[in-house]
Design a binder for this molecule. Structure first.
Ligand code: FAD
Length: 378
């Protein structure tokens, strides 16, 4: 015996829960299953997104931890900071946002079960909590891509990348640190700190900061290497005497070429299961939400080819550019490139230029300064 649903979603990350809430709003019978032992799942993400995403996807504002009006890019020797009177981005309380979204989805009638895995048999998911059949299945299981990998349509041609971060609390007396990093998203591109990636400080509200490092092309030993890098970065920030580590978390991600297909038969894949993440800056939440939005539209119209079409149109050439840049920059990191880039940003970029480049794949500003770009490369 199995219970029938319109849609069964595997994975209660932000894109999966958003999709569940929206389908339930439209009176679809929805089930979400997630293997996480705790409600809300893992708290692994730094979760910085453009502020407009909150409104666009009606995300509960209580899940926002801090508001950002400054972007900084820096190396050990140079830095460029651009600020504005308006907030441009937010940093989410990642786990809280998932708990809030799950609650909203349930209020609209979606069912969610945690701590549950499944075995797939034909058109049925068999779990310890019952067997479920559905008109559509959605793979929202992140990099695990549990349903999608089974279909063998993703091309896994790029090695794993990994990020690790601390949530820190800074004593309110440390004026220097808060002057630099409060209400800011800061990216530090320095090969001495992170030879195959970058480091960051994101303001998390109330004297708290997310401080992390990531590594591209990481091998099997990467977690240990990242732990050392994170400790070194913490030392470099010189706040050991005035801060306390509240939490440490991280995750591995598959940064790969976008699969040509995002559905097969009655299975659609969204979020990190199709590697929606922006390869250059690791921004995956809003990208995953877009994939969920397109999946929603196509499910409502019973037309999955439309999902394929909208997703490819949305990403198109810009995503490819970001992917190529990520491959070039992170597989062969050069300090000269980063230093020249930061100098260029300091002299010529506005906060909009950085926002558009980081979040919207818009690199046109680079074309306005061809000489500086050549300096970066050669
Ligand atoms: C260190 C780090 C920092 C990041 N910072 C940012 C950032 O600043 N901004 C940003 O936009 N993005 C960031 N990202 C990326 C972003 O967090 C992800 O792209 C996004 O959360 C992906 O959402 P998802 O729901 O597709 O996958 P996930 O969040 O991974 O969710 C997948 C869910 O599926 C469940 N699941 C997996 N397998 C199964 C199974 N077999 N059965 C049932 N359930 C299953 C998991 O438990 C999980 O809850 C960061 C990532 C990392 C690693």
């Amino acid at each position: 015996m199995s219970t029938e649903y319109n849609v069964v979603i595997v994975g209660a990350g932000i894109p999966g829960l958003y999709l569940a809430r929206e389908l339930a709003k439209k009176n679809k019978k929805v089930m979400v299953i997630d293997k996480s032992k705790e409600v809300g799942g893992e708290n692994y993400s730094t979760a910085g997104i453009p502020i407009e995403t909150i409104k666009e996807f009606s995300l509960p504002p209580e899940g926002v931890a801090s508001y950002i009006n400054k972007y900084t890019i820096a190396t050990s020797s140079v830095s460029a900071s651009k600020s504005s009177s308006e907030y441009r981005a937010v940093v989410l309380d990642f786990k809280k946002m998932k708990i809030l979204l799950a609650k909203e989805a349930q209020e609209f009638g979606a069912e969610i079960i945690w701590d549950t895995e499944f075995v797939r048999e034909n058109n049925c998911l068999i779990t310890s909590r019952g067997n479920f059949t559905a008109d559509y299945y959605v793979d929202a299981s992140g990099s695990d891509a549990v349903l999608f990998n089974e279909l063998n349509v993703g091309k896994n041609d790029y090695p794993l990348s990994e990020g690790l971060e601390y949530i820190l609390e800074i004593e309110s007396g440390d004026e220097n640190f808060s002057k630099c990093y409060k209400k800011a998203i800061s990216i530090i591109w320095d090969t001495k700190i992170c030879p195959n990636g970058y480091a960051w400080v994101f303001y998390f509200g109330n004297n708290q900061y997310k401080v992390g490092v990531c590594e591209f092309n990481c091998g099997n030993n990467s977690t240990k290497i990242l732990e050392e890098r994170l400790e070194n970065f913490y030392t470099w920030l010189n706040i050991g005497h005035s801060s306390k580590i509240i939490e440490k978390h991280g995750s591995k991600k598959n940064i790969r070429t976008l699969p040509k297909q995002v559905f097969r038969n009655n299975i659609l894949a969204i979020g990190d299961s199709i590697c929606a993440i922006n390869p250059l800056f690791g921004e995956g939440i809003r990208q995953g939400l877009y994939s969920a939005k397109f999946a929603l539209e196509s499910i409502m119209k019973n037309n999955l080819s439309q999902y394929q079409k909208n997703w490819i149109n949305y990403n198109g050439f810009r995503r490819k550019t970001s992917e190529l840049m990520a491959r070039k920059i992170y597989s062969n990191q050069s300090q000269k490139f980063f230093t020249e880039f930061v100098k260029l940003a300091d002299e010529h970029f506005t906060i909009d230029d950085i926002h558009n480049m980081a979040f919207y794949y818009k690199f046109e500003i680079l074309l306005v300064h061809p000489t500086s770009c050549l300096k970066m490369l050669f």
